[in-house]
Design a protein around this ligand. Structure first.
Ligand code: GLA
Length: 504
């Protein structure tokens, strides 16, 4: 290449990069160099079970961690910030103060450990392979995902579950390379998962948790071996393998249910809920039956910690708006049912490089969502106190995607320990407004512009049941906007959001 063409090439490259940066503005400020602890302020565990928690913390490493009030059965690794051991035998609340310090500064955070029967006091966070790897998922990819959660910094914001979806088992049939179960009836993982215990140990060593998937039917949705009539053996096996989370997907169970009554809908979930509770391991239970029988009304009673409220987001058709909006609108309606340990699940966050749910062999492609739509997506999920599972290609993370996923103030809204889901303040063809009360008395408010043109949006204190002066903080930019009286208004981009916190 001549000097001149190198020059032209680099000018063009700079112009393309500039255009891209303008189209994808990074709003989240970079993490500060000083140690700063993030993550939930309340955490549930059952008594006397294996315990694992990696303190999410940004700032330059090395960081020294310490904790006050840690029960004696738990120990904290001062260098990694991983708390491990056994949860206390005695039910009750343990007030712990987590501390972190590095050469640039220090931080502390209250952490209430609640020993009892409720897990997932705040919505679970992590990564699930489904929308990027489908039936291509392997042990190696899951390990790589765990590595990347740490290396990318996502774990420092609280993303700590590494969850395998469908296709880790054997697909029964004449072409199956081996039987789906051992002669004793125990489920086997397929050749792409040679050693489940080694995999969960790998994940646990990083302070992260491991999740798994199955179906109450004979076959999973992708036609792999399900748990039908092997439920007890499977629950035992998942615990013995060291898993911390189970997604239980209805799939072929429809053919086994005696009828379509509520009791039959609940039966398999009630059964697995109880089996999981009886294992000597805390396993978060995610119900996946697409909202049948108004699952939000009873999902918690059958042992669920979260439940999908709709069909698959990745299969949702775009109408005038991208599919995540229609899923979000449906999920938003069930706000009154969400509380600590019981969350509505509108499905995964599909941004960055995402596979095609209709063409599972196609490689992941960069999302067609605009930057504003992606900020809206994440804001809506946080306001709805949704489990936050990224399901794009974690081996191909870009800066913009990370900026959407890793804004500590946005995540704090999702993880707020009051555990309320935002109520719908307004829903018209052009506007959607959500408001989520937070534990410190402030209110997180999202003004979503559904129209194709920029729009001035306004909410009054009457709409929000507020009064007096309110400080307004822009959550994406992490900037105070001043004090408002009576109303808040903002110019909102097409399909964009103004996401603020209003408080005294
Ligand atoms: C269903 C679920 C998805 C995914 C697939 C796996 O479609 O809703 O989230 O788990 O099954 O086959």
């Amino acid at each position: 290449m001549s000097i001149r063409s190198i020059y032209i090439f680099s000018v063009l490259a700079a112009m393309t990069a500039a255009a891209q940066n303008a189209a994808y503005p990074i709003l989240t400020p970079a993490p500060r160099p000083a140690a700063e602890i993030h993550g939930p302020k309340a955490y549930g565990a059952r008594p006397g079970r294996p315990f694992l928690y990696r303190i999410p913390c940004t700032g330059v490493r090395p960081i020294r961690f310490s904790a006050e009030g840690l029960p004696p059965s738990l120990k904290l690794d001062a260098t990694t910030g991983i708390v491990s051991g056994q949860s206390p035998q005695k039910p009750g609340e343990y007030q712990i103060t987590l501390r972190a310090a590095n050469s640039k500064g220090k931080s502390s955070r209250a952490f209430k450990l609640v020993i009892g029967d409720t897990l997932a006091l705040t919505p679970s966070m992590g990564w699930n392979d489904w929308y990027s790897f489908y039936h291509h998922v392997t042990d190696k990819l899951m390990r790589q995902a765990a590595d990347t959660l740490i290396a990318s910094g996502m774990a420092d914001f609280g993303y700590d579950y590494v969850n395998i979806d469908d296709c880790w088992m054997v697909k029964p049939g004449p072409a199956a390379p081996e039987p789906a179960r051992t002669p004793e009836g125990n489920i086997r993982s397929n050749r792409d998962f040679p050693d489940m215990n080694a995999l969960t140990s790998y994940i646990h060593d990083k302070g992260l948790k491991a999740g798994l998937y199955t179906s109450p039917g004979p076959l999973t949705c992708a036609n792999y071996e399900g748990s039908y009539q092997h439920e007890e053996a499977d629950a035992r096996q998942f615990a013995a393998w060291g898993f911390d989370f189970l997604k239980y997907d209805w799939c072929s169970y429809g053919k086994k249910a005696a009828n379509s009554s509520l009791e039959e809908l609940q039966k398999p979930y009630r059964q697995m809920g109880e089996l999981l509770r009886n294992q000597n391991r805390d396993m978060v239970f995610n119900l996946c039956q697409y909202g049948r029988g108004d699952v939000w009304k009873w999902g918690g009673d059958v042992g669920g910690h979260s439940w999908r409220t709709t069909g698959d987001l990745g299969l949702e058709k775009d109408t005038e708006l991208p599919g995540f909006y229609s899923i979000g609108f449906k999920n938003a309606e069930h706000f009154e049912y969400a509380k600590p340990g019981r969350w509505n699940d509108p499905d995964y966050i599909l941004i960055g490089y995402v596979g095609n749910a209709r063409k599972n062999d196609a490689p992941p492609q960069l999302t067609s969502l605009t930057a504003d739509e992606q900020y809206s997506y994440m804001s809506m999920w946080a306001l709805m106190a949704s489990p936050l599972f990224y399901s794009g290609d974690i081996t191909h993370l870009d800066k913009f995607t990370l900026n959407v996923l890793c804004n500590a103030e946005v995540i704090d809204v999702d993880q707020d320990m009051l555990g309320k889901q935002a109520r719908i303040v307004r829903k018209t063809k052009e506007e959607f407004v959500l408001a989520k009360p937070l534990e410190d008395g402030s209110l997180a408010v999202g003004l979503f512009n559904l129209s194709k043109s920029p729009r001035t949006m306004e909410v009054s204190w009457a709409d929000l049941q507020l009064s007096g002066k309110q400080r307004v903080r822009d959550l994406w930019r992490q900037k105070n906007l001043g004090v408002a009286t009576g109303r808040h208004s903002a110019m909102v981009a097409p399909h964009g959001v103004a996401f603020v916190r209003l408080g005294r």
